[in-house]
Design a protein around this ligand. Structure first.
Ligand code: AMP
Length: 112
């Protein structure tokens, strides 16, 4: 069971801001911006590069959830960043696909 599956199963506590049939969103335990959320599919796809054609609808659902959650967090007007880390160079640390939403301050580009 991945760490995020344990959060979904309420075996590990998290500050959950959104949940629906297909995904959950909660505050990152080590926030890198004033608002730092993770949007996680309930299906434990390891990482984006391993998503399959049958995940197409789910991936679309996650992207629409990102927009809705960002709006609920009052980020839509000021702006926000969406990040997915794949593998070691990407900075992935949890092998369960997740989308970072970062906002609440201006973010630099390019990332480090
Ligand atoms: P990544 O490095 O892209 O795999 O992102 C994993 C994220 O999960 C990191 O930003 C961590 O801070 C975050 N994280 C790890 N454990 C927890 C937890 N128990 N609750 C919330 N976020 C967590």
């Amino acid at each position: 069971m991945t760490l995020f599956e344990k959060i979904i199963a309420r075996q590990i506590p998290a500050d959950i801001v959104h949940e629906d049939e297909h995904c959950i969103a909660f505050r990152d335990i080590s926030p890198q911006a004033p608002v730092h959320l993770l949007v996680v599919p309930k299906k434990p796809i390891p990482r984006i590069g391993e998503a399959m054609i049958e995940d197409q609808e789910l991936l679309g659902h996650l992207m629409l959830a990102v927009g809705e959650i960002a709006k609920n967090e009052s980020l839509a007007e000021s702006g926000f960043r969406v990040v997915m880390n794949h593998g070691s160079h990407g900075g992935e640390t949890v092998p369960h696909l997740h989308i970072h939403i970062l906002g609440g301050r201006p973010l630099e580009w390019p990332p480090g």
